[in-house]
Design a binder for this molecule. Sequence first.
Ligand code: FES
Ligand code: FE2
Length: 448
Amino acid sequence: MTSAMNQPTERPAGFQGYVHQSQAREDEELTHVDHGTSCGEYLRRFWQPVAMSSELGELPLVVKILGEELVLFRDKSNSVGLLHKHCAHRGASLEYGIIAERGIICCYHGWHYDVDGTLIRAGSERLDSPICKNVVQGAYPVTEKDGILFTYMGPPDKRPDFPEYDTQHLPGVERIPFSLTTPCNWLQVYENTQDPIHVLHLHTRSSGVQFGVASGVDQIIEYETSPTGMINIQTRQVEEYTWVRTVEAILPNANQTGAIWEEAEAEKYFQRTAILRWMVPIDNFSTRTIGWRDYSSETDPRDQGDRSLVGKESIDFVGQTEDERSYHERQQQPGDFEAQVSQRPIAIHARENLASSDSGVARLRQLLRGHVRNVAKGNDPPQPPRGYKGWVSTYTQDTVYPITLDALQRQEFGRAVADTVLETGDLNHENRTRSVKKRCKKYVPPTS
Ligand code: FES
Ligand SMILES: [Fe+2]
């Protein structure tokens, strides 16, 4: 904290409300997501979660993603279709369609579409009608994984292989799908993951301890580029332990986060994640976070999580939705939802005053902008590299090591652990854990 001695002596004059007005607009390049926008085209080059499997029942489901209105359904042969909402005949919504053995039949004149959008039968038209050769309903491919439906909405010839992540293959982990809607632009939800200083302020000082007590301990924060995007490195001294947490942004819009209630009270190495999630734009003004909440005895030793709370518009930690608490409670103890939504429907970067503790946010924006511009030039964006067994190697972890260090040593130690995590992406979990442990044991604080 800045002491009174260090306060700048010259400050701008106060009471400048009338003068301090701005007509600045949002940063369209990173926040607008419709088809044809630069960011929208970038995001469309990756598989994105569109719904949880549990949302699909006997009737079609209207979904909106990246500004597009679509209809999602499971046909009677168990194939999933994701089609443009308005029928290619005369525009009736397929949300009223009849689900068939194969595909869906528009309610209005019976045009029958397969899950890939091709026309099987054009209602009362002759079977050999040329219309079947000329008309196709817009459709996107869908892949289902552990209770979440993913789609690819980019150019058909650029579809990447569906990625699987290393943390999806850890034994002893129970994974429960969830989704949360936040009525603001996707970027302000996403960049929260590279803004670790807010844990100290929002989740500890402003609202009381909302997560682990240890997460409120002052931290040294650094940032590093990773093969999937970037990580932040948070290093804290918690009693006799030094705790190194790395939290990653998997570009373009995924994140993994460590144990929600980590207390850094026992030695551990390379403990993996409690959440893998995607912040998916519904449109420019709203975001649907979809992902898995992961449970293991490792990440939740006190059994503080509540699986029964995890699902549609619900999660088992505070401050993520509007409905869970009264406005009064949310004012008294705001959480991520209140902070993010209140940044405006689309945060206006030109009105911000970024400080040194925002360097993660600035770096994330810079990385995204580079990729967005690269795609706009006609290049392909990098897909997350595949490591052991062809899975995407990821870099979120917690290491807690019994050592007491001063601030400089802590920074050095945190960096050493993070470097090992970054360098071992090709190894399996056991070998990465072993490497991190070895690196910790090898660490000798420099003598001053
Ligand atoms: S509008 Fe769909 S079949 Fe006519
Ligand atoms: Fe937060």
